[in-house]
Design a protein around this ligand. Structure first.
Ligand code: DGL
Length: 280
């Protein structure tokens, strides 16, 4: 069991920011990732539909064999975390609770902003989790759907992007927040641009990065952590799947992780099943 990979899933590229933290904080662990780019973005979809997709991706990862599941997607966490915890026999971690805890720790003026997808706003899960722990904090949840498109369409460096970020973050700047949760795993890819717009006095919280600290603690708790010795004998592996265009996903991931040999396999959506045709 200990040698099995950790499974990560997201609607597309976003969850790779969580995997990046896993590779940094847990280099002895193998990972399997699936990005559902064919059906991204999840944010504007009804949460029941997102839940259905998350369950399909989970089923696919469970069939590959994993020891822990990370829903590396805030919208997916809002839609499916509670049910999946009851339904699958391995530990399941979402990205909302760790980010919320970290925001409570960092805020000094008790005013926290959360930027996320429409689905995550509608669930109000950030507000609920934060205020259940600290009722004196005011939480401003704000949807910025264009940011996911900017990342998926790889438009971060384009000149108009900075203007879009400024306009979309304007309502939050009015609220005098001192802490801003990047409540969508795509957003850390635009972290520098967001920080520039919010200014140096606002602390940005990367929910995904915080989540990996939780994963690390849980692996220890359940006696599932691999050691450096394990890694010397049997090196950790990385396996990537996408329901979208494999070549585009591969290029993006290779650049992000600076691993020119990294491979991404395409998975086909057939009815309610995801089918890996790479070995047939
Ligand atoms: N990266 C995802 C999240 O954290 C989903 C973004 C989307 O597909 O809209 O919410």
């Amino acid at each position: 069991m200990r040698d099995l990979p950790i499974g990560f899933l997201d609607s597309g590229f976003g969850g790779l920011t969580v995997v990046r933290q896993s590779l940094k904080q847990l280099p002895n662990e193998s990972i399997i990732y699936i990005g559902d780019s064919a059906r991204a973005p999840y944010g504007p979809r009804p949460l029941v539909e997102v839940k259905k997709y998350i369950k399909q991706l989970t089923h696919f990862l469970m069939n590959q064999g994993i020891k822990m599941l990370v829903i590396a997607c805030n919208t997916g966490t809002a839609a499916a975390l509670n049910e999946l915890k009851d339904e699958i026999p391995i530990p399941v971690v979402g990205v909302i609770h760790a980010g919320s805890r970290s925001a409570i720790k960092m805020t000094e003026n008790q005013r926290i902003g959360v930027i996320c997808t429409q689905g995550t706003v509608e669930s109000h899960l950030y507000q609920t989790v934060i205020q259940n722990k600290e009722k004196n904090v005011t939480v401003y949840e704000h949807a910025v759907p264009e940011f996911v498109k900017i990342v998926e369409e790889q438009r971060i460096q384009e000149p108009e992007t900075m203007e879009t970020i400024k306009q979309d973050l304007f309502p939050l700047k009015e609220h005098n927040i001192d802490t801003l949760v990047l409540g969508c795993t795509h957003y850390p890819l635009m972290r520098n641009e967001i920080q520039e717009v919010m200014g140096p006095d606002v602390t940005l919280i990367d929910s995904g990065a915080e989540t990996i600290s939780e994963v690390s603690a849980l692996l220890d708790y359940f006696n599932l952590s691999r050691t450096s010795d394990d890694n010397d004998k049997n090196p950790a592996t990385q396996t990537y799947f996408t329901t979208g265009n494999g070549e585009g996903f591969e290029k993006f991931t290779q650049i992000l992780f600076n691993q020119p040999d990294l491979k991404v396999q395409e998975v086909e959506i057939v009815g309610d099943e995801l089918v890996d045709n790479s070995n047939t």
